[in-house]
Structure formats: C-alpha cells, structure tokens
Ligand binder design. Structure first.
Ligand SMILES: [Zn+2]
Length: 255
C-alpha cells in the first residue's frame, strides 16, 4: 500500500499530533523516569529518543519528584501523575516559554524522522522491484488519506487488495499443481541457486534461476563446462588405464 509522499507527510504530522494528544508524553516519561525499568532498545525508537532533551530539562527544572528522599510506592505513583498532568499543560498553558519551545522542537523532530523513515521504506520497496525483480502490486491510498472517508477506503484499498489476493490464490491453484504427479509445486522465492558454470553466480528463487538457465550466455558456458569435464574425465580414465597397464607389465615381469 502506498500514497503520494506529500500526502503521507501531512498525514504523519497529524498522526504525531494526535499521538501527543493521546498521551505519547506519558509513555515516553515512563520510559525515561529515573529508576524506571527500561530497555535500551525502546529508548532508541522513533517518538522516544527525540524527547530526551526535553525530559532532561523538564526534570532538572525542579519538576521531578526525585529530591533525594525515598518515596513509598504509592507516593511515587501520585507524584508521577502530577508530573504527567503538568507536562500536558506545557503546550497549551505554558508557564515556561523555553520548555514549550523545547517540547515543540522535539515533536517536530518526531515528524521529521518519521518522514525520513517513510522515504526510506519507499526506496526499499522500489529496490525490491528494480533490483530483485519482485512483482509488487500497488494499492494507492492517497485519495483515502485526503478524503478520510470510510467508503473511499473500501473502494480504493480493501476491494483492490482482496482482488489481488483472490487472483493470487486462483493462479496458485491452477499453476501450483503438477498435473502428472498431483503434488503441489512449492512456490520457491527464497532458496539460493549457485551457477557453477557462470563463476558461481548466485540466483535467488526458482524464477531467477529459470530465467538465468534459459539465457544464451549461461547455456554456452554450461556446454563449455561439460566439454571440459568430459575431457578431464577422459584424461583421468586414460591415466587409470595406463596404471592398469603398468601393473600388468609389472605382474608380467614377476612371472
Ligand atoms: Zn549460469
């Protein structure tokens, strides 16, 4: 599924804003709060690492509950709640203009990084087509993202997608069986073939292999390789015969 980049960019912006509205900061705070049980991996994800500067500033400005005293579990929970509530107010009712700017910058960075990610994904998908020859069906969701209507989603995404799947399943049941043996032929996209004749060239999947093995260059090389092999084995045979003859001669000598 794809959509125009400009439309996706706008969608990403709206999506991040609504995530912030829905409490993204609370989740990020839970990952960063002092003594929290976090994993490094989680801190690296988009939408978390961008807020590191903001949280550092926010917590060091005396908004943190960590003032050296040991808090009971319940007290700490209440404290977190207050911290989170105050955090939510920063954007709309800022007491501290500087903090608001840092937070807005962090949100902009989340948007920017997500937009970079979507460009990277688009490049990866197009490489699968151009470099690896994948047959990719494109379902364009541009219109749905623009109109945001349920009907447009059904007509432009759900229907074409289910038609593609249907088509795939039908061709699978026609081509997927060897009529003589009745055994299903496995769709083989992942195995590697190494072509010895072509200097150990690697082919991915049966499709690539078949395409390659029917090519003129490959067939020429295979013929040459076969000739070389028969020549070699003939040489070897002759050598063996010579040894046998020599043995016979030695035997004859003894007699
Ligand atoms: Zn070859």
């Amino acid at each position: 599924m794809d959509a125009e980049t400009s439309v996706l960019d706008r969608y990403v912006g709206e999506r991040v804003d609504s995530m912030v509205d829905a409490g993204l900061l609370d989740e990020v705070y839970d990952i960063y709060k002092p003594g929290a049980d976090y994993t490094r991996g989680l801190r690296q994800s988009i939408g978390v690492r961008e807020f590191e500067d903001f949280l550092k500033t926010y917590l060091s400005d005396g908004n943190s509950s960590e003032n050296g005293s040991v808090l009971l579990m319940e007290e700490r929970k209440d404290d977190d709640k207050v911290t989170k509530e105050n955090m939510r107010k920063i954007l709309d009712f800022p007491k501290d203009e500087k903090l608001k700017i840092i937070l807005e910058e962090a949100i902009d960075r989340v948007k920017l990084n997500t937009r970079r990610l979507l460009r990277r994904q688009k490049r990866r998908v197009s490489r699968l087509e151009t470099v690896f020859g994948w047959k990719i069906h494109h379902v364009d969701a541009t219109e749905c993202l623009l109109s945001k209507s349920e009907e447009s989603w059904d007509a432009k995404v759900v229907k074409p997608a289910s038609e593609i799947v249907q088509c795939f399943l039908e061709s699978e049941s026609e081509l997927g069986h060897d009529s003589t043996s009745g055994k299903p032929i496995e769709r083989d996209l992942w195995s590697q073939y190494v072509c010895e004749a072509c200097g150990n060239k690697v082919l991915r999947g049966r499709h690539e292999w078949e395409h390659h093995s029917q090519g003129r260059a490959h067939r020429k090389r295979t013929t040459q390789l076969k000739k070389a092999q028969t020549f070699k084995s003939r040489e070897k045979q002759e050598e063996e015969e010579e040894v046998e003859v020599a043995g016979d001669i030695m035997k004859a000598d003894k007699i």
